[in-house]
Design a protein around this ligand. Structure first.
Ligand code: NCD
Length: 304
């Protein structure tokens, strides 16, 4: 049994299926307050986020609450980090306070892995640099599964800032493991040779990538990870790589539109697509809480 969830890459198809089945069971607790329980009332959970977040942080906190755990956030901006304390020292301090689960987001790839080797607590990766965002891929998978019933043979197009995206990496690992076909599309400056080696098709032609797609997943431009711009202007990005109703005409009629959020409206997706019938962006948010409950249970099983 594993105490940490650091990435999708090491997970087997069986573990992914187990987590998704568990998330489906937990989903009732998101929708119906009467179904929430206090089975984990002795557990203390803390979020430790060195990068901004709305969905991931809040849904981990709510996932903890809905299982009865005590869930709190260390506001890094007002913590001892500002006095020069290192990430590892801060993590060890929280661990020694008896906290059982540390959910970590950090700009450095591998930061949660480093912490996991040095603490008793379970460590869950809430996004490490451009490396992995495992719970995002799991919530995306749950959303796809609910609408499509299976991953086998599905065509998934992932559009945008691939090279900088931990969401794209975790999704490629998961979708390939579960038997879907993945096409990555974006400006040549935003593509990743590494992901192409994992069995995903790579193109710079959005219409080609979206043709016959069952799922079109757009990604946010990770401006915070770039010094210079990788494209001339937002207007040009939107014109060539933005997903709009015309681009979607090439996809399957029942194609899903996804985005991990936050969305730059009018850049990665047009407003009519975000708010349209094919969009499952808010389903992703709801499934994020259910998936994080499943992940907390999975990690706590492995805690000594
Ligand atoms: C993603 C992230 O932080 O990696 N957001 C999220 O967790 N929902 C994607 C992004 O910020 O663009």
């Amino acid at each position: 049994m594993q105490k940490d969830l650091l990435g999708i890459q090491p997970l087997s198809a069986e573990t992914i299926r187990h987590l998704l089945t568990s998330a489906r069971r937990h989903k009732a607790k998101v929708r119906d307050p009467a179904q929430r329980d206090d089975t984990r009332k002795h557990v203390a959970l803390n979020t430790l986020f060195y990068e901004n977040s709305t969905r991931t942080k809040m849904s981990f906190l709510m996932a903890g609450e809905y299982l009865g755990a005590k869930a709190a956030d260390l506001n890094v901006a007002t913590g001892s980090v500002c006095k020069g304390e290192t990430f590892l020292d801060t993590g060890k301090v929280l661990d020694r306070m008896g906290i059982d689960v540390l959910v970590v987001r950090h700009g450095m790839a591998g930061a949660p892995h480093l912490l996991a080797r040095n603490v008793r607590a379970c460590v869950v990766n809430g996004g490490d640099g451009s490396n992995e965002h495992p719970t995002q891929a799991l919530l995306d998978a749950l959303t796809i599964l609910e609408h499509k019933g299976s991953f086998t043979g599905l065509n998934v197009a992932i559009v945008g800032d691939i090279a900088n995206s931990r969401v794209a990496r975790s999704n490629v690992f998961l979708l390939k493991t579960m038997g879907a076909s993945v096409t990555l599309v974006g400006p040549a400056t935003m593509l990743s040779a590494e992901l192409a080696t994992l069995g995903a098709a790579v193109t710079t032609d959005v219409r080609q990538a979206v043709r016959d797609a069952d799922v079109v997943m757009a990604l946010r431009i990770q401006a915070e990870r770039e010094k210079g711009s990788k494209f001339p202007s937002l207007t040009e990005y939107a014109r060539y790589f933005g997903v709009n109703a015309s681009v979607l005409e090439g996809a399957r009629p029942d194609a899903l539109v996804m985005h991990p959020g936050p969305v730059n409206r009018g850049v990665e997706l047009t407003a009519d697509v975000i708010d349209g019938a094919r969009s499952v962006i808010l389903d992703q948010v709801e499934n994020g809480v259910a998936v994080r409950m499943a992940v907390l249970e999975y990690c706590l099983e492995g805690l000594r």
